[in-house]
Design a binder for this molecule. Structure first.
Ligand code: BEZ
Length: 210
Protein backbone atom coordinates (compact mmCIF):
# COMPACT_ATOMS: atom_id res chain seq x y z
CA UNK A 1 0.00 0.00 0.00
CA UNK A 2 1.33 3.44 -0.86
CA UNK A 3 1.09 5.98 1.92
CA UNK A 4 1.50 9.59 0.99
CA UNK A 5 1.79 12.88 2.83
CA UNK A 6 -1.63 13.81 4.22
CA UNK A 7 -2.91 10.20 4.31
CA UNK A 8 -3.86 8.63 7.61
CA UNK A 9 -1.00 6.46 8.88
CA UNK A 10 -2.24 2.86 8.66
CA UNK A 11 -2.96 1.45 12.09
CA UNK A 12 -1.65 -1.98 13.13
CA UNK A 13 -0.93 -4.21 16.08
CA UNK A 14 2.58 -5.70 16.23
CA UNK A 15 4.94 -7.61 18.49
CA UNK A 16 7.88 -5.50 19.58
CA UNK A 17 10.84 -5.70 21.95
CA UNK A 18 8.64 -3.79 24.43
CA UNK A 19 5.55 -6.01 24.06
CA UNK A 20 2.51 -5.79 21.81
CA UNK A 21 1.87 -2.33 20.42
CA UNK A 22 -1.35 -1.00 18.88
CA UNK A 23 0.16 1.77 16.85
CA UNK A 24 -2.38 4.60 17.07
CA UNK A 25 -3.07 3.93 20.74
CA UNK A 26 0.66 3.80 21.48
CA UNK A 27 1.21 7.13 19.70
CA UNK A 28 -1.41 8.79 21.90
CA UNK A 29 -1.71 12.48 21.11
CA UNK A 30 1.98 13.04 20.37
CA UNK A 31 4.17 12.76 17.28
CA UNK A 32 5.76 9.56 15.99
CA UNK A 33 8.60 8.32 13.80
CA UNK A 34 8.25 4.85 12.26
CA UNK A 35 11.37 3.67 10.46
CA UNK A 36 12.50 0.42 8.88
CA UNK A 37 15.96 -1.06 8.45
CA UNK A 38 16.92 -4.01 6.24
CA UNK A 39 18.21 -6.65 8.70
CA UNK A 40 19.52 -7.21 12.19
CA UNK A 41 23.24 -7.93 12.65
CA UNK A 42 24.21 -5.75 9.67
CA UNK A 43 26.75 -2.93 9.92
CA UNK A 44 24.90 0.19 8.75
CA UNK A 45 21.77 -0.76 10.69
CA UNK A 46 23.86 -1.24 13.82
CA UNK A 47 25.14 2.34 13.57
CA UNK A 48 21.66 3.70 12.84
CA UNK A 49 19.98 2.06 15.83
CA UNK A 50 22.77 3.24 18.15
CA UNK A 51 22.45 6.77 16.77
CA UNK A 52 18.70 6.87 17.32
CA UNK A 53 19.13 5.51 20.86
CA UNK A 54 21.59 8.31 21.67
CA UNK A 55 19.17 10.88 20.20
CA UNK A 56 16.18 9.58 22.21
CA UNK A 57 16.24 12.59 24.61
CA UNK A 58 15.95 14.87 21.57
CA UNK A 59 12.90 12.96 20.30
CA UNK A 60 11.42 13.05 23.83
CA UNK A 61 11.88 16.85 23.97
CA UNK A 62 9.79 17.05 20.81
CA UNK A 63 7.04 14.82 22.26
CA UNK A 64 7.90 12.27 19.56
CA UNK A 65 7.93 8.49 19.99
CA UNK A 66 10.26 6.35 17.88
CA UNK A 67 9.46 2.87 16.58
CA UNK A 68 11.83 0.74 14.44
CA UNK A 69 11.04 -2.26 12.26
CA UNK A 70 12.68 -5.06 10.36
CA UNK A 71 11.52 -8.47 9.19
CA UNK A 72 13.65 -10.18 11.86
CA UNK A 73 11.99 -11.70 14.93
CA UNK A 74 11.79 -9.91 18.27
CA UNK A 75 14.25 -12.31 19.92
CA UNK A 76 16.87 -11.51 17.25
CA UNK A 77 16.36 -7.79 17.95
CA UNK A 78 16.99 -8.55 21.63
CA UNK A 79 20.28 -10.38 20.94
CA UNK A 80 21.42 -7.72 18.49
CA UNK A 81 20.78 -5.01 21.12
CA UNK A 82 23.83 -6.27 23.04
CA UNK A 83 26.04 -5.73 19.98
CA UNK A 84 24.58 -2.26 19.48
CA UNK A 85 25.38 -1.35 23.07
CA UNK A 86 28.89 -2.80 22.78
CA UNK A 87 29.75 -1.10 19.48
CA UNK A 88 27.73 2.13 19.61
CA UNK A 89 27.71 2.79 23.36
CA UNK A 90 23.94 2.66 23.71
CA UNK A 91 21.40 -0.15 23.28
CA UNK A 92 18.03 0.67 21.68
CA UNK A 93 15.81 2.44 24.23
CA UNK A 94 12.74 2.39 22.02
CA UNK A 95 10.68 -0.55 20.67
CA UNK A 96 11.66 -2.59 17.61
CA UNK A 97 8.91 -4.41 15.71
CA UNK A 98 9.56 -8.03 14.73
CA UNK A 99 7.77 -8.06 11.39
CA UNK A 100 8.56 -11.58 10.18
CA UNK A 101 5.17 -11.80 8.43
CA UNK A 102 5.87 -8.45 6.67
CA UNK A 103 2.45 -7.22 7.74
CA UNK A 104 3.55 -3.71 8.69
CA UNK A 105 6.21 -3.60 5.95
CA UNK A 106 3.49 -4.25 3.35
CA UNK A 107 1.09 -1.74 4.93
CA UNK A 108 3.76 0.96 4.62
CA UNK A 109 5.28 -0.23 1.31
CA UNK A 110 8.67 -0.79 2.93
CA UNK A 111 9.68 -3.65 0.64
CA UNK A 112 10.77 -2.51 -2.80
CA UNK A 113 11.09 -5.75 -4.79
CA UNK A 114 13.52 -4.33 -7.35
CA UNK A 115 15.88 -3.57 -4.45
CA UNK A 116 15.16 -6.73 -2.40
CA UNK A 117 12.26 -9.18 -2.18
CA UNK A 118 13.06 -10.09 1.38
CA UNK A 119 14.38 -7.00 3.19
CA UNK A 120 12.84 -3.65 3.99
CA UNK A 121 14.44 -0.53 2.57
CA UNK A 122 15.27 2.36 4.92
CA UNK A 123 11.86 4.04 5.14
CA UNK A 124 11.03 6.89 7.50
CA UNK A 125 7.54 8.13 8.30
CA UNK A 126 6.84 11.11 10.54
CA UNK A 127 3.30 11.00 11.89
CA UNK A 128 1.51 13.95 13.45
CA UNK A 129 -0.83 14.00 16.45
CA UNK A 130 -3.72 13.81 13.95
CA UNK A 131 -2.27 10.41 12.83
CA UNK A 132 -1.57 11.81 9.37
CA UNK A 133 1.67 11.17 7.48
CA UNK A 134 3.76 14.36 7.53
CA UNK A 135 6.93 13.03 5.89
CA UNK A 136 7.82 9.92 3.91
CA UNK A 137 11.50 9.28 3.08
CA UNK A 138 13.16 6.26 1.46
CA UNK A 139 16.87 5.53 1.59
CA UNK A 140 18.70 2.58 0.04
CA UNK A 141 20.17 -0.17 2.22
CA UNK A 142 23.71 1.03 1.58
CA UNK A 143 23.18 4.56 2.96
CA UNK A 144 22.78 5.20 6.67
CA UNK A 145 20.34 7.99 7.45
CA UNK A 146 21.00 11.42 8.94
CA UNK A 147 18.75 11.43 12.02
CA UNK A 148 19.63 15.05 12.78
CA UNK A 149 17.70 15.79 9.59
CA UNK A 150 14.68 13.91 10.94
CA UNK A 151 14.81 16.06 14.10
CA UNK A 152 15.16 19.19 11.93
CA UNK A 153 12.03 18.22 9.96
CA UNK A 154 10.11 17.61 13.20
CA UNK A 155 11.12 21.10 14.37
CA UNK A 156 9.88 22.56 11.09
CA UNK A 157 6.63 20.55 11.16
CA UNK A 158 5.89 21.53 14.75
CA UNK A 159 6.60 25.20 14.04
CA UNK A 160 4.61 25.38 10.80
CA UNK A 161 1.66 23.56 12.39
CA UNK A 162 1.32 26.53 14.82
CA UNK A 163 2.29 29.56 12.74
CA UNK A 164 1.62 30.71 9.15
CA UNK A 165 5.25 30.21 8.16
CA UNK A 166 7.42 27.77 6.21
CA UNK A 167 11.11 27.03 6.66
CA UNK A 168 13.76 27.69 3.99
CA UNK A 169 16.45 25.34 2.70
CA UNK A 170 18.81 24.10 5.40
CA UNK A 171 16.85 25.99 8.08
CA UNK A 172 17.84 25.32 11.66
CA UNK A 173 15.97 26.06 14.88
CA UNK A 174 16.21 29.80 15.71
CA UNK A 175 16.90 31.02 12.16
CA UNK A 176 14.61 33.29 10.14
CA UNK A 177 11.57 31.69 8.49
CA UNK A 178 9.41 32.46 5.46
CA UNK A 179 5.88 33.88 5.62
CA UNK A 180 3.56 31.57 3.65
CA UNK A 181 2.22 32.96 0.35
CA UNK A 182 -1.41 32.69 1.55
CA UNK A 183 -0.74 35.48 4.08
CA UNK A 184 -1.43 38.97 2.64
CA UNK A 185 1.04 41.81 3.29
CA UNK A 186 -1.58 43.41 5.58
CA UNK A 187 -1.93 40.25 7.66
CA UNK A 188 1.86 39.78 7.61
CA UNK A 189 2.31 43.31 9.02
CA UNK A 190 0.00 42.42 11.91
CA UNK A 191 1.45 38.98 12.60
CA UNK A 192 5.09 39.63 11.76
CA UNK A 193 5.75 43.38 12.12
CA UNK A 194 8.92 44.51 10.38
CA UNK A 195 9.08 41.47 8.10
CA UNK A 196 11.59 41.61 5.26
CA UNK A 197 10.19 41.32 1.72
CA UNK A 198 13.12 40.40 -0.55
CA UNK A 199 10.56 39.75 -3.34
CA UNK A 200 6.77 40.06 -3.06
CA UNK A 201 6.67 36.25 -2.75
CA UNK A 202 9.78 35.87 -0.56
CA UNK A 203 9.16 37.41 2.85
CA UNK A 204 11.36 36.59 5.82
CA UNK A 205 10.60 37.05 9.49
CA UNK A 206 12.11 36.03 12.81
CA UNK A 207 11.14 32.56 13.96
CA UNK A 208 7.90 32.97 15.92
CA UNK A 209 7.96 31.78 19.51
CA UNK A 210 5.20 30.12 21.50
C1 BEZ B 1 23.70 -2.73 6.58
O1 BEZ B 1 22.93 -2.42 7.48
O2 BEZ B 1 24.90 -2.59 6.68
C2 BEZ B 1 23.17 -3.26 5.28
C3 BEZ B 1 22.01 -4.01 5.27
C4 BEZ B 1 21.55 -4.51 4.06
C5 BEZ B 1 22.25 -4.27 2.90
C6 BEZ B 1 23.40 -3.48 2.93
C7 BEZ B 1 23.87 -2.97 4.13
Amino acid sequence: MTTRIGDEAPDFTAETTEGTISFHEWLGDGWGVLFSHPRDFTPVCTTELGTVAKLKPEFDKRNTKVLALSVDPVDAHGKWAQDIEETQGQAPNFPLIGDEGKKVADLYDMIHPNASDTQTVRSVFIIGPDKKIKLNLTYPASTGRNFQEILRVIDSLQLTAKHKVATPADWQQGEDVIITPAVSDEEAQERFPGFNAVKPYLRYTKQPTG
